[in-house]
Design a binder for this molecule. Structure first.
Ligand code: 5GP
Ligand code: ZN
Length: 137
């Protein structure tokens, strides 16, 4: 992808602060970190997000994410981490090259994740679970 910022970072055409890489995966610090050590884990192959990734690429991204999460957790002496993937713009995706956020967390660090609860009406739960089940692919 010629105009993809993360493809350019992986190729070395745009500088980054690299954390780790292997043959399929590249990890670097976010330029706009939620906490210090906020790391982005990306497949070297270009995908838009979770929906167009193949099984092998999802597997290798997940395995790399676990290893790098351990590195983040110990490396910045975090008390926890959030592992987040934003998929499509309404979910917060701004860069359309698939990536996982590893965000170090500390007690009372002021980050608030999802703070809204949307209760179900009667019978809604079963219907929604069935709709999801029918579309698992
Ligand atoms: P999204 O909102 O797409 O899930 O996350 C995009 C992430 O990429 C954010 O953490 C943002 O700070 C980071 N980011 C955007 N542009 C650059 C860049 O040029 N270099 C680096 N290192 N991170 C970037
Ligand atoms: Zn890309």
């Amino acid at each position: 992808m010629d105009d993809c910022i993360f493809c350019k970072i992986i190729k070395g055409d745009i500088p980054c602060t690299k954390v780790w890489e292997d043959s399929e995966t590249f990890a670097f610090l976010s330029t706009n970190p939620n906490n210090h050590g906020h790391t982005l884990v990306v497949p070297k192959k270009h995908f838009r997000n979770i929906f167009d990734m193949d099984e092998h690429s999802v597997t290798s991204l997940a395995l790399a994410t676990q290893k790098i999460a351990r590195g983040v957790y110990k490396g910045v002496k975090a008390e926890g981490v959030n592992i987040i993937m934003n998929n499509e713009a309404p979910a917060g995706q701004a860069v359309f090259h698939a990536h996982i956020h590893i965000i170090p967390r500390f007690t009372n660090d002021g980050l608030h994740s999802w703070n809204k609860s949307t209760p179900y009406q009667e019978d809604e739960k079963e219907q929604i679970a069935e709709q999801i089940f029918n579309n698992v692919a």
